[in-house]
Design a protein around this ligand. Structure first.
Ligand SMILES: C[S@@+](CC[C@H](N)C(=O)[O-])C[C@H]1O[C@@H](n2cnc3c(N)ncnc32)[C@H](O)[C@@H]1O
Length: 319
C-alpha cells in the first residue's frame, strides 16, 4: 500500500458537512481544515458539472440495454423484483429531481396491479450510484477521520458513471483515482465525461475489466470503495468468487468504504467469507439531519449510516 500524503495529518479539527442538513461533526486528521473546506466547495461544483453533463447523455434510469440486472432477494432489497423496481440514479437525480421527473411524466411512481384498473402499488426506486451528499460525507468527513485520501490511491470497484472516482480527486484530493468497471458502455461514458471535464487533472481514470484481474491496483489502494457492486449485476456464484478474490488482494492497513455495510453485501452472496477475519469496522460519528425527511436520514435521524468504514486486518487466502 502506498501512503504518501502531501498534506499534514493528525490534527484535531472540525469538519463541515456541507450537504444533507448542514450538520457539524468532530473528526480527527485529514489535512488542514480550511484547505479541505475550500476543496469541498470547489469539488461539489465540479461534481455538479459532471452531473449536468451526464444528465444530458444517459437515460433517466442510467441503465443501458447491454446490462442485465439481477434480483437476489436479501436485506433491504428482499421485496424487490424486476417487475416492481425501477432504477433512478442517485448521483444524477435527488429526491426533489425525482418528483419533478414524475410530474413531467418521465418516470412512473406506481405500477398497475390489474392492468386497466385503478388498483396500483408504489414502485421501489433503487439507485446504483452514490449521491453528491454521500460522496461529500465519505471524502470530507468519514475518511478525514483516518487521515483522508490526499496523496493516496482510491479504487472504486464497479465505477459505473465515475462519480466516486471523480469525487476522490475533486473532494478528497487523491493522487490517483481508478474506477474498474465491467460494462463497456459505462466505461465509455466515464472516459468521455472525464475528458470533457479535464479528467480531474489527469488523475482520474477507468479500467474496463473485471476487478478480479486487478491485484496490483488493489495492492496500491489506500482506499477501496465497495458500493454494492455485485447485488444487481452478477449472479450469486460469481459474486462469491469475486468477494473471495477481493479479500485475497486488498492490502492490510488500507481502508474500505462499503455501502451498505459489508455484512449485508456478503449476506446477499450467501456469506462467502467471514468479514470479521478480514476487516475491522472503524467507528464513524454520523451527523444528525436538520430535516427529519432528509432522504439520507435513517429512523434515528442520523445521516449516511449506510456508509461504513473498515480497516483491512489481513488478506484472506483465495480458496
Ligand atoms: C452499484 S454500481 C456502483 C457504482 C459506483 N461505484 C457508485 O457508487 O456510484 C456497481 C457496478 O459494478 C459493476 N461491476 C459488477 N461486477 C464487477 C466486477 N467483477 N468488476 C468490475 N465491475 C463490476 C457493475 O457493472 C456496476 O456498474
Amino acid at each position: 500500500m502506498q501512503v504518501d500524503d502531501d498534506e499534514e495529518e493528525g490534527e484535531e479539527d472540525e469538519v463541515v458537512v456541507e450537504k444533507g442538513g448542514g450538520s457539524r461533526s468532530k473528526s480527527a486528521g485529514g489535512g488542514k481544515p480550511l484547505k479541505r473546506q475550500k476543496r469541498a466547495r470547489g469539488g461539489i461544483e465540479e461534481l455538479r458539472a459532471l452531473q449536468a453533463y451526464l444528465r444530458e447523455k444517459v437515460p433517466v434510469e442510467a441503465v443501458f440495454p447491454s446490462e442485465k440486472l439481477h434480483f437476489n432477494p436479501t436485506g433491504d432489497f428482499k421485496n424487490h423484483t424486476a417487475d416492481n423496481t425501477i432504477s433512478v440514479d442517485g448521483f444524477l437525480w435527488d429526491e426533489a429531481d425525482v418528483d419533478e421527473l414524475v410530474d413531467a411524466g418521465k418516470l412512473p411512481r406506481n405500477m398497475c396491479l390489474e392492468c386497466g384498473s385503478r388498483s396500483t402499488a408504489p414502485l421501489n426506486f433503487v439507485s446504483h450510484s452514490l449521491s453528491i451528499p454521500e460522496l461529500n460525507f465519505i471524502f470530507n468527513t468519514q475518511l478525514a477521520g483516518v487521515g483522508g485520501v490526499s496523496g493516496g490511491v482510491v479504487v472504486d470497484v464497479g465505477s459505473r458513471l465515475g462519480c466516486v472516482v471523480y469525487a476522490a480527486i475533486v473532494l478528497g484530493g487523491a493522487k490517483e483515482a481508478v474506477g474498474v468497471e465491467l460494462n463497456r458502455e459505462m466505461c465509455k461514458w466515464q472516459e468521455v465525461a472525464f475528458q470533457q471535464l479535464g479528467g480531474a487533472g489527469g488523475k482520474a481514470r477507468v479500467i474496463c475489466g473485471d476487478i478480479c484481474d486487478q491485484a496490483d491496483l488493489l495492492e496500491r489502494a489506500r482506499v477501496t470503495v465497495l458500493h454494492n457492486p455485485f447485488q444487481f449485476f452478477t449472479d450469486v456464484a460469481s459474486a462469491q468468487m469475486t468477494w473471495r478474490k477481493i479479500a485475497s488482494m486488498i492490502a492490510p492497513g488500507s481502508y474500505i468504504v462499503a455501502s451498505p455495510p459489508l455484512c449485508e453485501q456478503l449476506e446477499q452472496a450467501e456469506d462467502p467469507l467471514d468479514w470479521r477475519a478480514w476487516v475491522e469496522e472503524i467507528e464513524t460519528e454520523y451527523p444528525i439531519a436538520d430535516d427529519p425527511d432528509d432522504e439520507h436520514a435513517g429512523e434515528d435521524g442520523r445521516l449516511f449510516t449506510e456508509c461504513v468504514l473498515y480497516r483491512v486486518k489481513a488478506k484472506i487466502p483465495f480458496q
